[in-house]
Ligand binder design. Structure first.
Ligand code: F6P
Length: 326
């Protein structure tokens, strides 16, 4: 087993609230164990372009509460190429780095996995994405904060929806996954939640709405996951209007507001635990794995599995949401 003395840390892919808390944990756990820690800026692009800085304990002061990532992030096109990865490896060697922690989502771990297979370089990953779409952890860093941001917006939209007797279609992020939609829809008491994991039938949605309006509901909120098979919120609103022109409808796309903001205490603790767990794992000789937290315990899942296995949505929650909002 190679000894680990100098490690790098980077954030890659879409940023998520809590990434800074994770960077802080990596830096401080590393330094506590006598390691030198380097920050790689702009994700894998920083490795390729030599954008690497030494981090001290003080470099990560006062960041646990901040959204975004002090190391910046990118979705690197060059790292997808063999030449790009070779440059990245050469720079790692130039700095004498002997292991790395990468914080990001699916694309980040796919890149890390290819890199490990090519260069046999020790990497551990921490799941940082608001989408919560990674197998091997109950929650990803930033998911809880994003859900709370959505719920806050839904509450506000309800005020105006109620005042005007309007039906709102609110589109939330999540790429191909419906985790943000499902959890925020339940917490926001949505009339219905449309997610990519289930087929959306517009007739069924219209029926739910009509039933509600017959029972004297005057306003409503439908949460639409951006990856839903019926389309985005504008498409769904149009399709509902075609069947039932009586509603005064509005559409809100929440967009990148969901990616920013101060992380919740849940995300700060999760990110800290994962950063700590990733460094400890490297010191124990683990590599090629994503650190997760399952049932409040640290868990390690090979990148391959974290990327390829599908994290199941709890379908019963959809049914529950419908019952509770009827
Ligand atoms: O993966 C995080 C995410 O915010 C997705 O929910 C969304 O589809 C995507 O990134 C947006 O990417 P970009 O910031 O490049 O527009």
């Amino acid at each position: 087993m190679n000894t680990v003395e100098k490690i790098g840390v980077l954030t890659s892919g879409g940023d998520s609230p809590g990434m800074n808390a994770c960077i802080r944990a990596v830096v401080r756990t590393g330094i506590y164990h006598g390691l030198e820690v380097f920050g790689i800026r702009n994700g894998y692009d920083g490795l390729i372009n030599n954008d690497i800085i030494k981090l001290e304990s003080s470099s990560v002061s006062n960041i646990i509460q901040r959204g975004g990532t002090i190391l910046k992030t990118a979705r690197s096109e060059e790292f997808i190429t063999k030449e790009g990865r070779q440059k990245a490896y050469n720079n790692l060697k130039k700095y004498g780095l002997d292991a790395m922690v990468v914080i990001g989502g699916n694309g980040t771990f796919t890149g890390a996995n290819i890199f490990i297979n090519e260069f046999d370089f020790p990497i551990m990953g921490a799941p940082g994405t608001i989408d919560n779409d990674l197998y091997g952890t109950d929650n990803t860093i930033g998911y809880d904060t994003a859900v709370n941001t959505v719920v806050d917006a839904v509450d506000k939209i309800r005020d105006t929806a109620d005042s005007h007797n309007r039906l709102f279609f609110i589109e939330v992020m999540g790429r191909d996954a419906g985790f943000i939609a499902l959890r925020s829809g339940i917490a926001g008491g949505a009339e219905d939640i449309l997610i990519p994991e289930t087929v959306t039938y517009i007739d069924e949605l219209v029926e739910i709405l009509e039933k509600g309006f017959r029972k004297n509901k005057k306003s409503g909120v439908i949460i639409v996951a951006e990856g839903d098979d019926a389309g985005g919120a504008f498409d769904v609103a149009r399709k509902v209007k075609e069947k039932c022109s009586g509603y005064d409808t509005r559409v809100t796309i929440l967009g990148h507001i969901q990616r920013g903001g101060s992380p919740t205490s849940f995300d700060r603790i999760l990110a800290s635990t994962m950063g700590y767990g990733a460094v400890k794992a490297l010191l124990e000789g683990r590599r090629g794995e994503m650190v997760g937290v399952i049932h409040r315990e640290l868990a390690y899942t090979p990148f391959e599995k974290a990327i390829k296995h599908h994290k199941e949505i709890k379908r019963e929650l959809l049914e529950m949401a419908r019952i509770l909002s009827s």
